[in-house]
Design a protein around this ligand. Sequence first.
Ligand code: C5P
Length: 227
Amino acid sequence: MKLCIALDNPNREKNLKLAEDIKEYAKDIWLKVGFRTFIRDSKEFIIELKKMGYNIFLDLKLYDIPNTMADAAEEIAKMEIDMFNVHASAGKKAMQEVMKRISKFEKRPLVLAVTALTSFTNEEFKEIYGDDIEKKATDFAKKAYEAGLDGVVCSVWESLKIKETTSNDFITLTPGIRPFGESAGDQKRVADINEAKRNLVDFIVVGRPIYKSENPKKIIEKILKEI
Ligand code: C5P
């Protein structure tokens, strides 16, 4: 299991300081760059993080028509990003198109499909997608697997079922991790490290419990020991 830290700080300086402070773990951890950071700090910021030796997960959750998604995926691959994601609800055709377009790169990024956001309750999810989270997340994962993607973003509670329906090698990356039972914030389907382990999760994403902590290094060390 690998640790991926969400760089969701309110400014570039804070994110850069965190990345610098924990540089000694660069080989063992991944950094997740999301909307806020990417919109504000763009490609140059990612190049700086790559120079420090980090693996980068670009969390932009692409959702558009197939050709537009494939265009964006190609630009991401050119940036030598290590992993990015798309919404599974964009459909199988869009996911296939993305994979086809980036297959020409010698070292292509890993591609994950977002199933259900971890902030949804089952009721909220059902209102939009018309079905229960577990069922729909598994259906989405199956489509992503058939389209040739490398894995999915899901909650810890769907990981095992998804692996059973696809393959054990199909990556599950799970946000909503509160490593040692910290406050959940807006996340609804949270879990701790032991639950993630039991559910064969490949990547855990931890944001606020690390970047908002007084001593991020101490927490990272504790997490790395545990996983
Ligand atoms: O602070 P916290 O640990 O809740 O951060 C979780 C991160 O994972 C956030 O950056 C959020 O955007 C992202 N994420 C999520 N649920 C998904 C996909 C991404 O929480 N399904």
